[in-house]
Design a protein around this ligand. Sequence first.
Ligand SMILES: [Zn+2]
Length: 66
Amino acid sequence: MKITAAEQFECVSDVLCDVCGDSTRVEGYGLQFGTLQGSWGFGSVHDGERYEVHLCEPFFSEQWPT
Ligand SMILES: [Zn+2]
């Protein structure tokens, strides 16, 4: 989930993890997150729909350890 701030120009002020809802902001280092994208096409049940999921580092590294 991207949170945008309407200032002079639209900028992403924070990104929340779509699993646990935590902020992905690391103090002093900006936003640290992973994304998963789904873009469903012809023949799929969700034809034409597009998803972008944001994941925090703790969840991401738990699912896909390096
Ligand atoms: Zn999370």
